[in-house]
Design a protein around this ligand. Structure first.
Ligand code: F6P
Ligand code: MG
Length: 441
């Protein structure tokens, strides 16, 4: 088999990885420090002087982290004993072993970008858990919630559309059902524009109604495997024995508006019988600013349920009920916040791999998932997606992602070059998207 290409890395001066480590990541840490600072009074009210001391400690650990990054210091082992600490430190040793010949040490600007960027979020978490009693504080919670509130108009429009659709779903013919399926998938795709890590933690909500723009956005879908998804799920539905389950798993990305689009899609899949159960996978710790944790997941559903807008509240109620009766299941697993790409899952997290194998389709939301699916390497644009997955084939899967990193595979010959010639930032601005499907051979 041909050797895989190199990892993306900040050592390529001027690359998106370089600019992330140089500018965006320190900006995110600065914002986290600022957030802690702004909550000082709250910490005092809750925990007294101890809370204020904890805030100071967390801030000093984060300032240290930012300094290590900006001065390209060696990556150091994690110190706080947690369930994933050994795995992280073993991975760091592995990174060291790759450099043994050159006598270098892993560092922010020289090591693989995927590794160091994940490491930053893990160190940020370490700084917070080393600062009891505020060790449960999510420095990104505020901005995730703000994203939800700022997207109210779009969320209302989406919920109204969904409820109307569900009300008449029995009357829809095959073609109308397929159109609705494609529409909800596209909403979920463009919902991925709203992540907060690309914007350095600044507001990135869905202020306009994306449903009105779907036609205009179609030319920006570079790989469109929607027909495969329809064929797969509609065939499963037709051939399924009565008592059998049809699981669709969704590997979630961002909270706020994107999460609502994913939940709307999940609701449609059940209501149309294209699936009989949905399994969601979120993050165990605050991650890449806007990624969904169990707290964000429950918070969004609760907000919707108690909202005074009729259809939003109906969605909230239905979704809470799906969870209650087990037709929706939420899982978290520490693997999602390890630095490994997904080809390592069978070795590092065999239990999770086995769980994913139970799905008839797995949807991977967002850019970071795409980087982990493809190993975050400098692939040629025309390399088949199946090859870039490097043996990761738990079940038929589809990446639903807007492009926010310099990795893209499975394009037509010349397609990438043509885009690069006219739009220098086509890979990173979140303007383009893919529905990229792969099934085990
Ligand atoms: O920091 C920028 C960035 O890391 C992207 O390159 C990355 O993949 C993205 O943030 C997060 O995007 P998403 O929320 O779609 O996974
Ligand atoms: Mg994200």
């Amino acid at each position: 088999m041909a050797k895989s290409p190199s990892f993306l890395s900040a050592k390529a001066v001027g690359s998106f990885a370089y600019l992330t480590i140089k500018d965006r990541a320190p900006q995110i840490l600065t914002k986290a420090i600022d957030t802690l600072h702004r909550h000082k009074n709250e910490f005092f009210e809750k925990h007294g002087e101890e809370g204020v001391e904890a805030e100071k400690k967390a801030i000093s650990l984060l300032s240290k982290l930012r300094n290590e990054m900006q001065t390209d210091k060696p990556i150091v082992p994690l110190v706080e004993d947690c369930a994933d600490t050994d795995l992280w430190n073993q991975h760091l040793e592995y990174q060291c072993s790759l450099l043994n010949e050159s006598n270098e040490q892993p560092s922010w600007f020289r090591s693989p970008w995927l590794f160091v960027e994940c490491y930053m979020y893990r160190r940020l978490h370490e700084a917070v858990i080393q600062s009891p009693p505020i060790n449960d504080f999510d420095v990104f919670k505020e901005s995730k919630d703000q994203n939800f509130f700022e997207s109210q108009e779009s969320i209302t429009a989406l919920c109204t559309y969904l409820q109307e659709l569900i009300r008449t779903i029995e009357d829809l013919d095959e073609n109308q059902l397929k159109n609705a399926f494609f529409k909800l998938l596209q909403i979920s795709l463009w919902g991925n524009k709203c992540d907060l890590s690309l914007s350095g933690g600044e507001s990135s909500s869905q202020k306009t109604n994306v449903m009105n723009s779907l036609e205009d956005l179609k030319p920006f879908i570079l790989v469109n495997d929607l027909e495969h998804l329809w064929l797969l799920l509609s065939t499963c539905k037709k051939t399924r024995e009565k008592a059998l389950l049809n699981r669709v798993s969704i590997i979630l990305d961002n909270a706020g508006f994107e999460l609502v689009t994913d939940l709307a899609l999940a609701d449609f899949l059940l209501s149309s019988n294209l699936a009989t159960e949905i399994h969601f996978y979120g993050k165990t710790i605050p991650w890449f600013v806007s990624d969904t944790t169990i707290r964000d997941f429950n918070w969004v559903i609760k907000q919707m349920k108690h909202c005074n807008r009729k259809w939003m509240s109906k969605c909230g109620l239905d979704w809470e009920n799906y969870l209650k009766v087990g037709r929706w299941v939420y899982h978290d697993h520490m693997f999602w916040t390890l630095p490994h790409d997904y080809s390592a899952m069978p070795q590092v997290a065999p239990d999770l791999y086995a769980e994913l194998q139970k799905a008839c389709l797995i949807l991977f939301k967002g850019d970071l998932n795409y980087r982990k699916l493809t190993g975050d390497r400098q692939w040629d644009f025309t390399v088949p997606f199946h090859q870039a997955l490097n043996g990761f084939h738990p079940a038929p899967l589809c990446s639903i992602r807007t492009l926010k990193a310099e990795v893209q595979v499975g394009l037509q010959p010349g397609q990438g070059e043509q885009l690069a010639a006219s739009e220098p930032h086509w890979l990173t601005a979140g303007k383009y998207g893919v529905f990229q499907f792969d099934a085990p051979l």
